[in-house]
Design a protein around this ligand. Structure first.
Ligand code: NAI
Ligand SMILES: O=C(O)C1=N[C@H](C(=O)O)C[C@H](O)C1
Length: 233
């Protein structure tokens, strides 16, 4: 498979390593929005920056190249990307987190939230910790976790960064050098605390998931999620 890497930073470079190990070819690696022919590639993998992601995704969809995006912080334009995908009969996957472990954690989070919905004495909160170069807060993964809780729990209808309000899930974002990504969910009552945590030790889990998604999407049309790729949940 010929892969275009749109964004050749920490993730782009890790994806290159995993893709080569799996027998793929990297035909484009770029940190620019122009200056390459995307039609050289069978599939594009975008791990760029929030302000570039939608442009990169839209270009791929308009030119008929399936696109996998892991970039976070651009979701104001997500519905527009879906529309473009449908109009162009394209293929698109966005995931806030491509790792197998986090996708299992997403399902565990929803099961737990459903159980905790009965128990009004517990209050939920989310904490995410990432490296200091991260541009967005809260992380895309923390937002997906909050949305998972909201979908299952009667008490909560939105999330807020660093704020405690009624019916709201507070998310705390910490930035510590070299942390690849840690997400914790806490349910606290006056008598005890339940805590679940996912800790990424390296970026390789994210990168492998993105390459597996790229392999999976070839020959398909539509908008998909990692749940479709991994067949879980
Ligand atoms: N969904 C997931 O599983 C994961 C998502 N991420 C997200 O992926 C994104 C990238 O993360 P990192 O690689 O750690 O960041 P990074 O900062 O190391 O790399 C981003 C790269 O994009 C480049 N870039 C800037 N403008 C561009 C453009 N117009 N087109 C293409 N590239 C451009 C930058 O020069 C930089 O090299 C972030 O949004 C991060 O939150 C990171 C890890 C896992
Ligand atoms: O920026 C990162 O590094 C990461 N970003 C993603 C997010 O915002 O959730 C996924 C992962 O946690 C690493």
């Amino acid at each position: 498979m010929k892969i275009a890497l749109l964004g050749y930073g920490k993730m782009g470079q890790t994806i290159e390593k995993i893709a080569l190990e799996r027998g793929h070819e990297i035909v484009i690696k770029t940190n620019e929005e122009e200056g390459y022919d995307i039609n050289q590639a069978d599939v594009a993998i975008d791990f760029s920056v929030p302000k570039a992601a939608f442009f990169n995704i839209a270009k791929c969809l308009k030119l008929g190249v399936p696109v996998i995006s892991g970039t976070t912080g651009w979701l104001d334009n997500y519905e527009h990307a879906i529309k473009l995908c449908k109009e162009n009969n394209g293929a698109f996957i966005y995931a806030s987190n491509f790792s197998l472990g986090v996708n299992i954690f997403f399902e565990l989070n929803k099961h737990l939230a459903k159980m905790m919905s009965q128990l009004k004495q517990y209050h939920v909160s989310i904490e995410e910790i990432h490296h200091t170069e991260k541009l967005d807060a809260p992380s895309g993964t923390a937002i997906t976790l909050a949305e998972g809780i909201i979908s299952q729990h009667d008490e909560y209808n939105k999330w807020l960064l660093n704020q405690n309000k009624k019916q709201t899930i507070p998310i705390t974002a910490k930035r510590i050098a070299n942390v690849p990504g840690t997400h914790s969910i806490e349910y606290k009552s006056n008598t005890d605390t339940i805590n679940i945590t996912h800790t990424a030790h390296t970026r390789e889990g994210f990168a492998l998931g993105a390459v597996v998604a790229a392999e999976w999407i070839l020959g398909k049309t539509g908008v998909f999620s990692m749940k479709d790729v991994l067949n879980i949940g």
